[in-house]
Design a protein around this ligand. Structure first.
Ligand SMILES: [Zn+2]
Length: 295
């Protein structure tokens, strides 16, 4: 995750520092800020939005209590770019694209713990705060917030799932570290982001909160793994539970979610038709979806 800062990196970093920093005075790392895949709010950015955000995020600081002020700024993005890992597709079958920021943290006593956490790889995710002008319906193209679009996110229309397409970003406010990624949302910074408030040692509290989140993330993953194994048994695909357990051990949250969904679909196909149509009339349950970003 961390790379040694190159001369070019230092040049960009020093645009933001009051005095010229040396290579060993900064810790640099990459973060995936967002992507074009469907998030847990059943929304995704369109590709053009990622290109716009690429410019908007340069110079933006990470905050740790969501109250931007000089003392809360712990890391800053000094360059930003879009990546398309070869062969990877989104949940809606389009080429996957992500926005990766390069950030730096000044190396000092106050940032020691945070750097150790970043080095350990526990904190792979960040949440972002940005504003977008539109959240278009993937079915009819109308703005879901202002138009009379009657499609419901998560429901299928003619075989296609409706989701909100976040377009035309107008601002990037902030980003923050989170061991369990929070929702992204348009217009305002996310309400689900925990606030870390405190006195002088708020950095310590922040680190503690991140550790707690990491633990919650681990618990979530192990529950998801169990559900995936159960769904696999229900799907009756001819794989024994022991093998399912082994198969799921190394999967990421994203992969587990996909596999579980595939098993659930398969299991539902095995159910009598009556049960399926009853299910169809139920309001779709809003699904929690955690994302894991790996660089
Ligand atoms: Zn619509």
């Amino acid at each position: 995750m961390s790379n040694k800062a190159t001369e070019k990196d230092m040049e960009l970093i020093n645009k933001y520092s009051r005095r010229t920093l040396k290579e060993d005075e900064v810790y640099t790392f990459s973060v995936v800020l967002c992507d074009n895949d469907i998030d847990r709010d059943i929304e995704h950015f369109d590709d053009e939005a990622l290109d716009t955000l690429k410019d908007l995020f340069v110079g933006v600081s990470a905050v740790y209590d969501h109250e931007p002020s000089a003392k809360n700024q712990i890391a800053r993005i000094y360059s930003c770019g879009c990546e398309m890992p070869e062969g990877r597709l989104t949940a809606y079958n389009e080429p996957y694209k992500r926005l990766v920021g390069k950030a730096y943290i000044p190396v000092c006593g106050a940032t020691e713990d945070l750097i150790a956490l970043l080095d350990s790889g526990i904190m792979k995710e960040v949440s972002i705060g940005c504003a977008v002008a539109k959240c278009r319906c993937s079915i009819c193209g109308e703005d879901m917030r202002t138009s009379a679009c009657s499609h419901v996110k998560g429901r299928h229309y003619g075989g296609k799932m409706c989701c909100g397409v976040l377009s035309e970003p107008t601002d990037a406010y902030e980003w923050s570290f989170t061991a369990v990624p929070s929702q992204r949302s348009a217009g305002v910074t996310k309400s689900s982001v925990k606030k870390w408030r405190g006195a002088e040692d708020s950095m310590g509290e922040y680190i503690d909160a991140l550790r707690k989140q990491a633990e919650e993330g681990r618990r979530y993953k192990s529950a998801l793994r169990l559900e995936t194994v159960k769904a696999g048994i229900m799907a009756n695909v001819g794989i024994e539970s022991k093998l399912l357990e082994k198969m799921t051990a190394e999967l990421s949250v994203e992969e587990l979610t996909q596999l579980k969904e595939a098993f659930v679909v398969k299991a539902q196909q095995r159910l009598p038709i009556g049960a399926q149509s009853r299910r169809g009339r139920e309001k779709p349950e809003k699904k929690e979806r955690f994302k894991e970003y790996e660089i």
